[in-house]
Design a protein around this ligand. Structure first.
Ligand code: URA
Length: 439
């Protein structure tokens, strides 16, 4: 077999076999297939597309390109959740202790922020002392003993995705549906979950803002995961406005703790219970969606999920006192309000602009080596459908370095559209659609 024949076959519209896929992926990881051949193949895959069978094979081969976890490594019914990324999306911080409190095993491998969307690793690292660089045996031991652990993707897991992602980024082949699906699902498969729920965001702050694209992605993720033997659900959820009321790492940890204490924003609590319910039903612990949601609501209300979050912080070296005293989280030097120019009702609150404002203040990264400031960000005081008085506060900027303050303020002001005529302004539905397939 040789790579030129594989490229030619794909260029001419053929379908790659498992042997051919294994040949080029393993050659790429070993370094015997050079970047220029992989780049040519990526363009052929991009232009010609891939069948479901081909995508599932690529996903599986990528998942096996490095070390993996299996359900027996994790010691119970193993579940995972993935979000396609959003603004103020701190769901994982609430959902994984909630799932562990329900008796499921959650060994979560997560990423850092890039662009206008946040990353769970950065959020957790804003807790003083919290470590996400767990080695394999510590990670597995924590999942087995306590039900949950959260770590950074290690270099030895899914190396094929790292190489491919870097090449896609510089060859205009990122936005290929099968390549996106293989990238996301190979990491989930390598993580060892038996059941996976994907939160596919839609709206301005989402990676794919248009509903028809979110729907295509959700269906493809579910189909490929199911082909590989996982129980799969995807929930398409609103990201036209930020989730909850905070955007920025430490601010989001504080809001997640409040949610685990039963006094957080309702949209966040609802989303966590809706996503978690899919996994609880798959595990057989709840007979149907409604009773699963009720079980999860009860675990939030009685403090069980909060206790698991405390365990997570303690076992990963963090300062558990942040739960009672959020003042121990990094705090920005200044809090600067952004006020309304006239009284009215919020008609639109653009998630993308708020995400960009938080980044301008230093909460996120433009390139993967940028440093972030855990303390800064944006608090949205008013959301869609809520009333504001003339000169009332719409949002608060949490600022350390005033360098980009003017830009952040401009972005937040432009994010809000206020109706002054009393027209009805209704918040968009949080749960847009569900896609599910048990294997
Ligand atoms: N997220 C991923 O992990 N990979 C992609 O290709 C796109 C989004």
């Amino acid at each position: 077999m040789n790579v030129v024949d594989i490229i030619r076959k794909k260029r001419d519209g053929g379908t790659l076999s498992r042997e051919e896929t294994e040949f080029w992926v393993s050659g790429m990881v070993r370094g015997s297939v050079p970047d220029y051949q992989v780049s040519a193949l990526l363009m052929a895959l991009f232009l010609r597309g891939m069948s479901d069978e081909e995508t599932a094979t690529l996903t599986d081969v990528m998942a096996h390109s490095g070390s993996m976890f299996t359900p027996s490594d994790l010691g119970g019914y193993t579940v995972d959740k993935h979000s396609t990324g959003g603004v103020g999306d701190k769901t994982t911080l609430v959902l994984i202790p909630l799932l562990a409190a329900a008796g499921l095993k959650v060994g979560k491998l997560s990423g850092r922020a890039l662009g206008h969307t946040g990353g769970t690793i950065d959020k957790l690292e804003s807790i003083p002392g919290f470590r996400t660089d767990l080695d394999r045996s510590r990670f597995l031991d924590l999942v087995r003993r306590t039900g949950l652990a959260l770590a950074d993707h290690t270099a030895d897991m899914v190396p094929a995705d790292r190489i491919l992602y870097e090449l896609r980024d510089v060859t205009a082949t990122v936005d290929s549906l099968p390549l996106i699906v293989a990238s996301i699902m190979s990491k989930k498969i390598a993580g060892g979950a038996q059941a996976i729920v994907i939160d596919v965001k839609t709206g301005s702050g989402a990676f794919l803002p248009r509903l028809e694209d979110s729907r295509r992605l959700a269906r493809a993720l579910v189909a490929i995961g199911a082909k590989l033997g996982r129980k799969m659900a995807a929930v398409i959820t609103d990201m036209s406005q930020p989730l909850g009321r905070t955007v920025g790492n430490a601010l989001e940890v504080r809001e997640a703790i409040e949610t685990l204490q039963g006094r957080g924003p309702e949209d966040l609590a609802t989303l966590c219970c809706e996503l978690g319910a899919e996994l609880l039903v798959f595990s057989g612990r709840s007979p149907d969606h409604g009773s699963a949601v009720a079980t999860l609501r009860a675990l939030l209300a009685d403090g069980s999920a909060l206790a698991k979050f405390r365990d997570l912080i303690a076992h990963q070296g963090g300062d558990v006192r942040v739960i009672e005293d959020p003042g121990l989280l990094p705090q920005a030097g200044d809090s600067i309000p952004v006020s309304a120019r006239a009284a009215g009702t919020v008609r639109r609150l653009d998630a993308l602009s708020i995400g960009r404002a938080a980044n301008a203040l230093g909460a996120g990264r433009t390139t993967k080596d940028d440093a972030i400031d855990p303390a800064v960000g944006v608090e949205v005081v008013r959301k869609v459908g809520e009333r504001v008085e003339a000169t009332g506060v719409l949002a608060v900027l949490h600022v350390n370095d005033p360098k980009n303050l003017t830009e952040a303020r401009r972005l937040v002001e432009s994010a809000y559209d206020i109706d002054q005529k009393g027209a009805p302004c209704v918040a968009p539905p949080l749960i847009v659609e569900r896609v599910q397939r048990g294997s």
